[in-house]
Design a protein around this ligand. Structure first.
Ligand code: SF4
Length: 351
């Protein structure tokens, strides 16, 4: 064995023995059901384990099989996903389940390259499912793995660049052992999530410290290198909360903007409109302002209320029909899938 490959082997063995000595009970660990693994991986993308856990339980209990998920209405799936953000994940999850059920006869793809063809499944998720469920020797490379490898091997390539993906995947695939590749993948992800954490990792307790480049050269704070080029857009949204007795006017969001398929209220951007087409009354501004941060947008939201008298109910429903709005009874609101910003507003209103 060359010196290089024995060093790589030592790295993998130390990571695995750390993992065995520091077990973490997670409901999807130990399963080889690709559906459950896929569910957990999609839920955990851009989400911390503690936040994702209740969603994993809710989804795996409501939809124990890919068939159950495929046959569920999209509105129900989005409602269950509510609060987790990045809703395209939920839509992809659902359309993927339908594809597996209707096009693949309910049989989950069982290789890395077949898994990659699924909507919303990138190289990371395909590697996770193929190694955990089918023992394929494919290394996962997520944010945790980037960090561990960049620090341990002293790699200063910008991890946000396309070049980094290839460089780190090549290295990771040299490190992964042929035996129990799934265990190694879980181990390195856990190692990054719990020991080699972004801020102040506990290096003195790390089994890799003697040979870790960053620790030895005092560069732990400087690695990995990430040049953030994401431009964040500021948006001012003004919502109109229009009520007529027990009915509220809602809007189902369309594609081409944030929150596709979720429900919010009619709104305008920039300055609030003084009057709405349905009434000569001025909407009453609610003083509290709301701020909501998404990955590429910062939303500043304000709300105005408008009460429509009961005798104008018919006129209101016609207006809603023309404008593409929905009239929803107050006791039905909880069943609508809504963005967190709107949930926060409703909570403040005691709904
Ligand atoms: S020594 Fe510190 S920086 Fe290096 S791998 Fe261990 S925890 Fe990470």
């Amino acid at each position: 064995m060359s010196r290089k490959s024995s060093e790589n082997q030592a790295f993998s063995l130390k990571i695995i023995s750390w993992y065995k000595a520091n077990p973490r009970e997670l409901p999807w660990r130990g399963t080889t059901d690709p559906y459950k693994i896929w569910l957990s991986e999609i839920i955990l993308q851009q989400t911390r384990v503690a936040q994702g856990l209740p969603y994993y339980y809710a989804f795996s209990e409501t939809y124990p099989t890919v068939k159950d998920l495929a046959l569920a209405p999209e509105s129900e799936v989005l409602r269950l996903w509510q609060g987790l953000g990045y809703y395209s994940r939920a839509r992809n999850l659902h359309s993927c389940a339908k594809f597996i059920w209707y096009e693949l006869g309910g049989i989950f793809p069982n290789t890395y390259s077949e898994l990659l063809k699924l909507k919303g499944v990138g190289s990371y998720t395909a590697a996770a499912i193929s190694s955990f469920a089918f023992g394929e020797v494919k290394a996962v490379v997520d944010g945790n793995v980037f960090r561990v490898l960049a620090r341990y091997f002293g790699i200063d390539t910008d991890i946000a660049s396309g070049k980094a993906k290839i460089e780190f995947e090549t290295l990771a695939n040299k490190l992964i052992p042929n035996e129990n590749p799934g265990e190694y993948n879980q181990a390195i992800m856990d190692f990054g999530a719990r020991l080699c954490v972004p801020k102040n990792p506990d290096c003195p307790k790390c089994p890799l410290k003697e040979t870790c480049f960053a620790y030895q050269k005092n560069l732990v704070k400087d690695l990995p290198v990430k040049i953030n080029k994401t431009k964040v857009k500021e948006r001012n949204l003004h919502y109109y909360v229009i009520r007529c007795g027990e009915n509220w006017v809602w809007k189902k969001r369309k594609s081409g903007d944030i929150w596709e398929g979720l429900h919010d209220f009619p709104h305008s951007e920039g300055e609030p409109a003084p009057y709405l087409g349905i009434s000569e009354e001025k909407p009453r501004l609610i003083p509290k302002k709301y701020r909501h941060i998404l990955s590429h947008q910062r939303l500043n939201a304000s709300f105005s209320e408008l009460e429509i008298p009961l005798e104008k109910h018919q006129e209101l429903s016609k207006w809603c029909e023309n404008e593409g709005y929905l009239l929803v009874a107050e006791n039905e609101i909880e069943y609508l899938a809504k963005p967190k910003l709107i949930v926060n507003f409703l909570t403040d209103q005691g709904i």
